[in-house]
Design a protein around this ligand. Sequence first.
Ligand SMILES: *[C@@H]1O[C@H](CO)[C@@H](O)[C@H](O)[C@H]1NC(C)=O
Ligand SMILES: *[C@@H]1O[C@H](CO)[C@@H](O)[C@H](O)[C@H]1NC(C)=O
Length: 395
Amino acid sequence: MTVALSRFTSKTVLKLVAAAICSYVVFSILLADREVYYSTTKSVLRAGQNQLVKENGFDRINNETLGFQHIYAIGMPERSDKRDYLTLAASFLGINVDWRDGVYPDSITEKAYPERLSGSGVKPAAIGCWRAHMNTLIDIVQNQYATALILEDDADWDVSLRQQLAEFARGVRTLTNNQAESKKAPYGTNWDILWVGGCASGAKKNETDFYVIPKDPTVPNTKIRGPWESEAGPSDQWMKKHPEWPIDSTRYIYRANMGCCTFGYAVTLEGARRILAELSVNYLNLPVDNAMSDLCAGSNRPRIRCYAPFPNLIGTFRARGYVSRDSDIDQWEDRKFEYHDAQAYNMVFSTRLNIHRLVAGEKTVYNQWRETPDPWSKAEIKPGELEYPRGILVH
Ligand SMILES: *[C@@H]1O[C@H](CO)[C@@H](O)[C@H](O)[C@H]1NC(C)=O
Ligand SMILES: *[C@@H]1O[C@H](CO)[C@@H](O)[C@H](O)[C@H]1NC(C)=O
């Protein structure tokens, strides 16, 4: 009883914290069909591709859309600073990003609200955020894209994202028992959401199946992770049973029962339809990420198939400066003049923290904790030459 109670309490606390965090995450995007990659950087990055990617039919992950059919980025049109930064970072990954405008809450008539949204307490800016995601999902459905990745304009990623995604894809294919899928679908398509970038994700308490990537050099130890401490992942019971896969150095991939923040997530066509059917056609009473989380859990909603890496592969970046500039959702009136350094939570070899080195054509990039690199990582690496470990399925 005590156990159940404390679980319930910590879950509630996590949810509250999640709601607070989600709403300070931001959002932006646009510039249709702009070619954002340069052939030189592209060939440098491709030359360094992990051999494993080529071996096993995961080679589509090397393409301009990371093996998805399309990549969107969402941002408020006036946040040209964020567009510049994401577009520049994307050019080093060699991806082609389709920008979509964030939505001003005033531009949505209350008549168009899903049931229960009026009076739900969801903040106007979060309603705009919901709408921007729905607009993007509608575009996927209209174009009948088999899969698409959606980024928010603050997204950041490790310089080794392609290698990480290849192993992530292998994990998803393993967990979904889908080894036979065509080479055209490196991640398979028997899922609804791949929640690759958020501030938290968690597995069901009794989940037994985890694809584990041991001693991942792009995983930071738990003491230096953010944005908050209680980060979820496998259950405590599972961790106790499997001390050989320690939480500090292992990346876990699993069926997610909870997610928060939408820095980056992929959907299938089926997934896009299911989210729209629930969060637009049916009802909405929470910010969009919390409502998606309910879908992943099947909590008051039909359960959909969500998979996530832990820690997250796509993070959020906050440029050095005042808190007031970070979010287009929250105004943070009381903290306007708080100043912070650049922040790239959980990104060991952050693309954005290394942007000046990349632009200068330096051969190496730095670990953001290079003074004290974790024993399973390095202080400095050559992009593309990182030896990314192979994962295995653990029950
Ligand atoms: C990348 O590969 C995916 C999966 O096969 C495909 O749907 C997409 O069209 C490819 N992207 C490009 C730009 O060729
Ligand atoms: C986990 O618990 C749920 C009920 O909460 C049950 O439906 C499911 O079958 C259980 N899964 C396993 C693997 O035991």
